[in-house]
Design a protein around this ligand. Structure first.
Ligand code: FES
Ligand code: FES
Length: 197
């Protein structure tokens, strides 16, 4: 049946069927790239889509599920890993941005699986975790703080920790753990023992 609408369309095209342009294929060859990077000290070579997220590379391709994803849009901090020593949200980082870079995840903090690193030990001893969902990201941020050449001041620590959401602990244990780890690596600042313990 001819309706006013398709009559108008037919008139506009001279009565011929219009040929709709083809959509480009979803994954063109140029959308893939060969990536080479280092993850926890090991060389990794993968073929990855340009849009692949670092969090998906780590978890789905490399099986490093210690990196957690929560919000997946840069808010919660659970997915934090170190990229060339600096904390980044792996849910906001493209794997392609990690070409020739060094990525460290929570699995790299105790490589032999036996001895906890100083930051992990501090979280354990200061009760800095409960369910543990936020913990891998916090461990990586605190590791970056501990590895700075000089001990960061309280404001810098608070600023770094503010990028992490924890639904369980109330943050007191987390702050105490960060402080213990920094004490162990950099030495305790004068008068620190009395502060907030
Ligand atoms: S999962 Fe990346 S910031 Fe929340
Ligand atoms: S320990 Fe449960 S979210 Fe932080």
């Amino acid at each position: 049946m001819t309706t006013p609408r398709n009559t108008a369309a037919a008139a506009a095209t001279g009565g011929r069927n219009r040929i709709r342009p083809q959509s480009p294929p979803l994954a063109e060859p140029s959308a893939w790239r060969e990536l080479a990077l280092t993850v926890n000290g090991e060389s990794v070579a993968v073929r990855a889509e340009s849009r692949l997220l670092l969090s998906d590379l780590l978890r789905d391709r490399l099986g490093l599920t210690g990196t957690h994803t929560g919000c997946e849009h840069g808010v919660c901090g659970a997915c934090t890993v170190l990229l060339d020593g600096e904390p980044v949200r792996s849910c906001l980082t493209l794997a392609a941005q990690c070409q020739d870079a060094e990525v460290r995840t929570v699995e790299g903090l105790a490589p032999d699986g036996k001895e906890l690193g100083p930051v992990q030990r501090a979280f354990h001893e200061q009760h800095g975790l409960q369910c543990g969902y936020c913990t891998p990201g916090l461990l990586m941020t605190c590791t970056a703080l501990a590895e700075r050449a000089e001990r960061p001041d309280e404001a810098a620590v608070a600023d770094a920790l503010s990028g992490h959401l924890c639904r369980c602990t109330g943050y007191r244990g987390i702050r105490a753990a960060a402080r213990q780890a920094l004490d162990e690596v950099h030495g305790a600042p004068a008068g620190h023992e009395e502060a907030e313990r």
